[in-house]
Design a protein around this ligand. Structure first.
Ligand code: ADP
Ligand code: MG
Length: 444
């Protein structure tokens, strides 16, 4: 990384040999009946672990998982992660079930190159409270702290901020790559830049919408988020999910976008049609409602005018995906840009199909994915794509397409905050690159 934007020391900048390293990873993985359903985050943690083990450290890994409902909530134990990690590394991972006394004993018994994983940090309330004593205890286990849990660095917790007061603290390779990629896309994107923002909660994404209105050339809205914009524009969205509390925010964002479009070549796009159904079910009858263009619905009977029904959502119907016209429009726009930042699905992608993962409300998301991957019609155009968001990444994983995108972030909230230009406490707390006393042995 010649001109890295990442200004913090990494594991490449520090003397590791002979040391015990405390590594904060993000193993907050989805579980179903005790089994890991998606190990993307574990896979992404491997390069750092392998680098550390190559340097013969004693390695103590820690993470949180979910939101424990008590000090020993078995449903969010990291035990399954220890098992998976052991398989992936092909070496024993000693799992520490208990308290610090047990942890200290286990760590003391590690030989260089051996690995231990601590139980869920959030079993102890001190973790989220950023409790000093808890942070000290964590620090007492090691000589060096390595932060690689990108998904949690937007929180100041004991294992992200507190611990850095007691140990020399540097970044792992994943954290470095995440921050470097996201910051460089946001600060020096290759234009034209397009942002596609979907998903459910507008409140989470207001800040990035403001930022994209400033820096992007094209912003497209999808998912339930679009319903809030449609409602704010006076459309009847019937039973669709939308955010009542954010209608005025949506209006403000649209005026801001309109003002921007007067100043320069800029486009803010809200879907013109949608897939509607009366229930969220894989066998639910669906239809396309085209509330804006009035062309799609009766395309086969052209020039007959579509019935008024075709442009109106009925009382119990919900918009559950963007429609084919909107999908094609967004896909077409992707052909014209060099960078796409995508966060949030275009519809309800969790509803599986009758055969396989692609359900009735996934087609809009699939269409824009095809376009990002250079597979739209016979176009080979493939912009650089940066993708974030827990549910979005979950769907990409399910489709087996993670490798096909430019960068798929492991962090949901953290990637949004970084995109919005906020500082991340867990990154700020690490040692600066040119700090005094740093052992700069760049071995590359
Ligand atoms: P991410 O986790 O990728 O940031 P969000 O959490 O904001 O995304 O939103 C994803 C959720 O949005 C998914 O659960 C999806 O089902 C839901 N969603 C998307 N479109 C719709 C819609 N039209 N109606 C209801 N829910 C939707
Ligand atoms: Mg989500």
């Amino acid at each position: 990384m010649g001109n890295s934007l990442f200004k913090k020391q990494t594991i490449r900048d520090i003397e590791l040999v002979g040391k015990t390293v405390l590594l904060r990873a993000d193993y907050n993985v989805p579980l179903k009946d005790g089994a890991i359903t998606n190990d993307y985050r574990i896979m992404q943690s491997l390069p750092t672990i392998q680098y550390l083990l190559k340097h013969n450290v004693r390695l103590v890994i820690c993470s949180h998982l979910g939101r424990p409902k008590g000090p020993h909530d078995e449903s969010v134990s990291l035990k399954p992660v220890a098992v998976r990690l052991q398989e992936l590394l092909g070496k024993q991972v000693s799992f520490v079930h208990g308290n610090f006394t047990e942890a200290a004993k286990t760590v003391a018994s590690l030989a260089p190159g051996q690995v231990a994983l601590l139980e869920n940090l959030r079993y102890n309330p001190g973790e989220e409270q950023n409790d000093v004593e808890f942070a000290k205890q964590l620090a007492s286990l090691a000589d060096i702290f390595v932060q690689d849990g990108f998904g949690v660095v937007h929180r100041a917790h004991a294992s992200t901020e507190g611990v850095t007061h007691f140990l020399p603290s540097v970044s792992g390779l994943l954290l470095e790559r995440e921050v470097d990629t996201i910051t460089s896309v946001m600060s020096q994107p290759k234009h034209p830049l397009m942002a596609i923002v979907g998903g459910a909660k507008i409140a989470d994404k207001i800040d990035i919408l403001h930022r994209f209105i400033k820096i992007a050339d094209f912003v497209a809205i999808g998912g339930a988020m679009a319903n809030t914009f449609l409602k704010a524009n006076g459309h009847d969205v019937a039973a669709s999910l939308y955010d009542k509390n954010e209608l005025s925010v949506a209006k403000d964002i649209m005026s801001e976008a309109a003002a921007e479009a007067k100043k320069r070549r800029f486009n803010f796009y809200v879907p013109q049609d949608g897939v509607v159904a009366t229930k969220l079910d894989k066998s639910a009858p669906t239809r396309i409602v085209d509330w804006s263009t009035h062309v799609i619905a009766e395309i086969e009977n052209y020039p007959k005018r579509p019935s008024s029904q075709a442009s109106k959502i009925a009382e119990h119907e919900m918009i559950l995906d963007i429609g084919p016209f909107s999908g094609a429009f967004i896909a077409g726009a992707i052909q014209l840009v060099d960078t796409v930042v995508w966060n949030g699905t275009m519809g309800v992608t969790e509803t599986e199909g009758l055969q396989g993962p692609v359900g009735p409300f996934s087609h809009g998301t699939d269409l824009i994915m095809e376009a990002m991957l250079g597979q739209f019609r016979d176009s080979k155009h493939k912009p650089f794509s940066l993708v974030g968001g827990g549910d979005t990444v979950g769907y990409i994983e399910q489709c087996g397409l993670v490798e096909a995108f430019g960068h798929v972030s492991t962090g949901g909230g953290a990637s949004l905050e970084l995109m919005a230009g906020r500082k991340l406490p867990g990154v700020e707390a690490l040692m600066d690159k040119n700090a005094k006393g740093s052992e700069s042995n760049h071995e590359r």
